[in-house]
Write a protein that binds this ligand. Sequence first.
Ligand code: ADP
Ligand code: ADP
Ligand code: ZN
Length: 214
Amino acid sequence: MNLILLGPPGAGKGTQAEQIAAKHGIVQLSTGEMLRAAVKAGTEVGLKAKAIMESGGLVSDDIVVGIISERIDEADCANGFILDGFPRTLPQAAALEKLLDSKGKTLDAVIELKVDDEALIERITGRFSCSKCGAGYHDKYKKPAKDGVCDKCGSTEFTRRADDNEETVRNRLMAYYRETAPLIGYYFAKDRHQSVDGMAPIDEVTKQIEAILS
Ligand code: ADP
Ligand code: ADP
Ligand code: ZN
């Protein structure tokens, strides 16, 4: 099963991808995560992406398409994958179609998480994750069961993303509306688009996605 989760920054794509991936034994492919790893490792891609990501802009289509194309070929993707944060532009969507075709793979669903704009800033500025296993949390909406201890791995170290500040978030929202929102129309026109109420509580959203997938 191969699917795309669409939605603005903070909509809950990563949170839902984590749930669905675990449940279905498929992999979560977050271009944001891959780019952050490249920045941390200081690779050529990381050097190109760093300043763009810090400002809240979009990294070039060539870079992210290249990353995804290579990643999809790895053995753990054979069962399926969830694209979280890709495609983000119309050229990326076209490139994805082409590369799936060439690899003999298909898309099973494109699911949009619909969230009110006013909720996004609060979601993003309250977001943090486990430094060890990457599990995602929120100061208000998804606290660890035991304060300061990761539910998944027991680690007591957490991180916040440098770009999760209000100023950068506004730029990221701008990039979303300019470049990514047209994908909703694109997939609608292809009769691929489905949506869930991303304002519902986390578990409720997961149930809505499960209903689409079953
Ligand atoms: P995205 O990957 O789309 O940028 P995330 O999955 O990281 O978004 O979610 C952003 C923040 O909002 C996280 O801190 C997450 O815990 C929280 N969150 C996700 N889904 C919901 C929801 N349905 N209700 C409330 N908070 C949520
Ligand atoms: P969020 O879901 O909160 O928007 P991501 O982790 O998906 O954050 O992305 C973080 C940053 O990485 C983006 O602001 C952008 O600079 C870059 N990025 C991630 N995916 C893409 C993509 N598909 N195309 C271009 N830039 C990307
Ligand atoms: Zn953890």
